[in-house]
Write a new protein. Sequence first.
Length: 317
Amino acid sequence: MRISIVIPTKDREKSLIECVLSIKNQTFLPYEVLVIDDGEIKKETKIFLKKELEKKGIIFRYFKKEKPSLARSKNLGAKKSQGEIILFLDDDVVLEKDYLENLVKVWEREENNQKLAGVSGLMKNASRKSFFEKIFLKLFFLSSKKSWAILPWGYQVWNHEIKKEEKADWIPGGISSFRKEIFKEFQFKELQPGRTALEDLEFCWQIKKKGYFFIITPQAKLLHKEEMQGKEKAFISGFKEGYNRCLIFSLHAKKTFKNYLIFIIASFGWVLRQFLGSFWEPRYFFYHFFYGLGLIKGKIYFLKNSLHKKLQSKIIK
């Protein structure tokens, strides 16, 4: 089984090198590593990465894009990949030595199950939800009995603390593997230009609606450093999530009164959580605060756009 690893990156050379070196030291080696660059990696860095990977017989391929877009980077990587399985990695993750080996074990066991679309591991440093936070999420319809669920009103649930393998409705885009065949039918949508938000949720919801499923294995673990360099400002990130959340609801959710009502309640809770996060994590006070403002602005902007389009269509008629 050949594994292609695709790493979309932007202005994080130090983290990218650390990520690639952790790939080089895997107990199961990939066939190739594709770096899709939305920034400007130095020539000497590319030479270094190529040499390090080739020491282990891993092919290194580099692609430079002009316009930053995480969705387009992933689609380009999928198109150019030669492996049967494509693993997408954020450029600021560091894999445990057996990360690939444990993903491959699941793929080999399920080789004949064509409805399995993707397999993911877990982030070992993901923040744990406190008892108060769990109650809060439940009150605002942001929780589920299922560890990795897409809720009918367009919000997702995740749990990096699971102890056994589970089926999932979705898997996080920066640590997950997919069948290459899937990309003949599905693509990551560019919901917003640049380093977008929720493209992994939208992609998985497309696939789930066609009867496919995903698997999360706790045996595969990595460290996600959440590097701030190269990251968009909090307000912009919040704006994109707010807008994209509404867009994803409009694309995939069933338009029932219940779903509309709970979407509004959940959205209010999610914004409130950001503002409360300013006090739970004082060192990130300004990030949470401006992210919350961005969420509000994104949702308002989506509603204004939707109303404007409806009015235009009525005028044309």
